[in-house]
Design a protein around this ligand. Structure first.
Ligand code: ADP
Ligand code: MG
Length: 599
């Protein structure tokens, strides 16, 4: 089988080995032993057929054959009929045992493969969540979702199971061939003359096509997924503008192609069983010719024919499965490219959650960030510091770099130059988890979970592990008391899509309460009050000011001046650089007032 080696088998084997963890490799080795046992049993079961045929054809073999006659004598049989019945029942028993065991071994193979699918999904999930925001934004989310949810299963069903099934089938074939070799070597010569070239021919003629279909599938699958997601997200605009046909066509064209590919792959899968039947008949023809022209007695021809039939009975399906397995491995070889992602290092290194000392100030030291696709930096040498307990505002027109600054501050984007310093010590990437523990982030659109008010404040903590005194303090600090008391079930009321509607102001307060529950020392407000009416805005600002007075360090990012009331200092960002510093009164008097607006 050297023709296969460099192409697919060894290649697949090595790549599988790379993807598996050491413990999984060890499990694979144990599984191979089991597969070996299964294949041996398979052949032993099969071998019980041969004496039955021999005896059925010539009952006196019971006495002329040394083994059979000693069993006959040893077990005290009296009639040939009784002995034949015993042999037939023995054969039946052997087949029952072999198939029960075979089922069990296949189940073990399957559970090994699908466990690995789960583990690979876990590894993909973790690898992607360890990336920065730039990666998440740059990659199509439909593609990432497919890579986490589907690709690991394709690996198991399309590579791993076929690989183990190939191994067990090739063992079966080898065992049978060895048996025949001992029994009648000429048969091997004939079998291999017929089967090997046919096998090679079938595989070679289809593998390139299959491979290219696999590659195409990899590209189209996420696209089809994405088109559907887009149609759902754009529902209003699509219907309103009468553009349904346009989007429908884009979607369904991908489905056509995808299903065509599946049709071709399906057809290739049928070829082996059809071709192998032809091969088997060819084998019979060869044996006839051999018996007719070479063998010296016709009884020998009968024996050869029946051995061939028995061998073909088992070898043919094995060959089918081997070919299908090879084709499956070929058509799924693209998954290895995608699974490479599990080896990506975390952007943040191996971080651990500890406590970072923060007594004096956070300094932004010539912080520069450029988006990979952008010609000039979105943050250009941003340089200022925030004292502990200060409340600082950041203002600027749309596109000035406020959101970029916030993301660098949160470490979701990583600066190319400059650094953030905490009490004079550089904030490294491996400080990220600790840094995140210190920060509460309240955006305009606070993320609300499907769940109760309590679950939304404690965020990601199991209901029975929520710390109630902390919860009460957070509710107090965020001025949520009235809201909670007016709910029928209080803290246990459901909110989110399926629960009670909450207003923009309440949403903000929930965000603040979440930051307080986690005991964040630094609070970051990102356009937090932009969507609120003036009354609600004033109330939220009062809450923020109270938090600052209580010792929290607060950073408020806004494009609306009124949001910045109460800030100790306000920095103006322009094209990624801090151009001026104001206090609130100066800001009101400046030209910015009215220009950036009070909208
Ligand atoms: P602001 O929040 O102040 O409106 P941003 O930080 O969003 O400004 O944007 C700052 C600059 O960076 C803008 O010129 C914007 O076009 C650019 N920018 C923002 N996001 C990206 C991105 N993902 N890729 C390339 N450029 C970006
Ligand atoms: Mg912005």
């Amino acid at each position: 089988m050297s023709f296969l080696r460099k192409n697919i088998l060894i290649g697949t084997f090595q790549q599988v080995k790379r993807v598996l963890r050491p413990a999984q490799r060890a499990r694979a080795v144990r599984l191979s032993l089991l597969v070996l046992l299964g294949s041996a049993l398979d052949v032993v079961g099969l071998a019980t057929v041969v004496p039955v045929i021999l005896v059925a054809q010539e009952p006196q073999r019971i006495h002329s054959n040394a083994i059979l006659s000693s069993i006959f004598e040893g077990m005290g049989f009296e009639t040939d009929k009784g002995f034949i019945l015993f042999m037939v029942l023995g054969m039946l028993g052997a087949f029952i045992v072999k198939n029960l065991l075979g089922f069990w071994i296949s189940y073990i193979q399957g559970s090994f493969s699908y466990d690995i699918a789960t583990d690979l999904s876990a590894r993909q999930y973790r690898a992607y969540m360890a990336k920065d925001l730039a990666f998440i934004r740059e990659n199509n989310s439909a593609k990432l979702i497919t890579n986490v949810i589907n690709i690991p299963r394709f690996f198991s069903a399309g590579i791993l199971l076929p690989l183990t099934s190939f191994l067990s089938e090739i063992l079966v074939v080898l065992f049978i061939l060895i048996g025949i070799l001992i029994y009648k070597w000429q048969l091997i010569v004939m079998l291999s003359l017929v089967m090997v070239p046919a096998f090679v021919l079938i595989y070679r003629s289809s593998r390139n096509k299959i491979n290219s279909y696999g590659q195409e599938k990899k590209v189209i699958f996420p696209k089809a997924y994405n088109e559907m997601a887009q149609s759902l997200n754009g529902f209003i605009d699509i219907r309103l503008n009468h553009r349904l046909d346009f989007f429908f066509k884009r979607f369904i064209d991908y489905q056509y192609r995808l299903n065509d590919i599946h049709l071709y792959l399906y057809s290739f899968n049928i070829i082996p069983s059809r071709a192998n039947e032809l091969i088997a008949i060819l084998g019979l023809v060869f044996i006839f010719l051999y018996g007719l022209f070479i063998a010296d007695n016709p009884s020998e021809l009968f024996v050869i024919l029946s051995s061939f039939a028995v061998a073909a009975y088992r070898i043919m399906p094995s060959l089918n499965r081997m070919l299908s397995s090879l084709m499956s491995m070929k058509s799924h070889s693209y998954v290895f490219d995608i699974l490479e992602d599990i080896f990506d290092p975390s952007v943040y290194g191996e971080t651990q959650n500890r406590i970072l000392p923060f007594k004096e100030e956070i300094k932004f030291n010539r912080l520069t960030y450029r988006y990979p696709s952008a010609p000039k930096p979105a943050l250009d040498q941003v340089d200022f510091s925030v004292k502990k307990g200060e409340m600082i505002g950041l203002i600027g027109e749309s596109g000035a770099g406020k959101s970029t600054f916030m993301n660098v501050f949160l470490r979701f984007l990583v600066e190319q130059e400059g650094q953030i310093e905490l009490d004079g010590k550089k904030l490294g990437l491996d400080d990220t988890l600790a840094w995140w523990s210190m920060i509460g982030y309240v955006p305009q659109d606070v993320f609300i979970l499907e769940g109760t008010v309590a679950e939304n404040i404690a965020f990601g903590v199991k209901p029975d592990e929520i710390d109630h005194s902390r919860l009460q303090k957070a509710i107090e600090g965020a001025n949520l008391r009235d809201f909670v008391e007016n709910l029928e079930l209080g803290l246990e009321s459901q909110i989110g899509e399926k629960g009670a509607k909450i207003s923009g102001g309440q949403r903000q307060r929930l965000g603040i309460a979440r930051a307080l529950y986690k005991n964040a020392e630094i609070l970051l407000f990102d356009e937090a009050t932009s969507a609120l009416d003036p009354q609600n805005e004033r109330e939220i600002i009062a809450t923020i000011k109270a938090l600052a007075r209580a010792g929290k360090t607060v950073l408020v990012i806004a494009h609306r001046i009124t949001t910045l009331e109460g800030c100790d200092r306000i920095l103006e960002l322009q094209e990624g650089t801090v151009v001026r510093t104001y206090n609130y009164r100066e800001l009101l008097a400046s030209s910015l007032y009215g220009e950036v607006g009070t909208d």
